[in-house]
Design a protein around this ligand. Structure first.
Ligand code: ADP
Ligand code: MG
Length: 179
């Protein structure tokens, strides 16, 4: 059952990525799982994108970004995201930087909160460097201003011009008759 967001709920942005297994399917089931989180309600989901791994080897990624209203605390939401990752077979091999993954859910933004602790940094410290985050985000929030003052759309274009390739492949959310 969808739970109505409370007055205290905040707008959160979450990035979804996968490059092991059936990534497109994983992102769709992860979107469904996000929509069952208590006090959280989907505002908008980007399309589904593909990108080459950044600063890592391995298969291409499937990517998307979603905006939600959420009444959980940032820490509880992160724990819930990690639980969804785990349910999709996410492993974290020790000592492997940017290891391929069945599902990665990163919390990009939680309202206007700034956090800097061991387990959670907000806004996400690398979102402005990643076309695979900004190109999907530019589809749903092109005019939003990044912490450094650049718009999402400008930063997405700039990173693509610098060689980070991200391609839209189709809708993320599919109706039951599409599958
Ligand atoms: P990646 O940085 O490639 O997404 P992981 O998914 O393995 O790496 O996450 C490593 C750690 O990053 C997590 O255990 C989590 O505690 C921490 N972390 C810090 N800030 C964030 C954030 N904004 N969103 C998600 N994870 C975060
Ligand atoms: Mg992560």
């Amino acid at each position: 059952m969808a739970v109505k967001a409370s007055a205290a709920s905040e707008v959160v942005l979450i990035s979804l990525g996968a490059n092991l297994g059936d990534g497109a399917r994983t992102l769709r089931t992860a979107l469904a799982a996000l929509q069952t989180l208590p006090t959280c309600r989907l505002i908008e989901a980007s399309s589904l994108y593909r990108s080459a791994p950044v600063d890592a080897a391995g298969p291409d990624y499937w990517n998307a970004v979603v905006a939600m209203h959420c009444g959980l605390t940032p820490e509880v939401l992160l724990a819930r995201l990690q639980r969804i990752e785990k349910a999709h077979g996410r492993a974290r091999p020790t000592g492997v930087h940017n290891a391929p993954r069945t599902l990665d859910l990163d919390l990009l933004l939680f309202g206007s909160r700034h956090l800097q602790d061991e387990r959670l940094v907000l806004p996400h410290p690398r979102m402005h460097l990643r076309a695979f985050v900004l190109v999907p985000l530019a589809e749903i929030w092109p005019h939003w201003t990044l912490p450094d003052g650049e718009s999402v759309a400008q930063a997405a274009r700039r990173l693509q011009q610098l060689g980070q390739q991200v391609e839209r492949v189709g809708p993320l959310a599919v109706s039951p008759t599409d599958s």
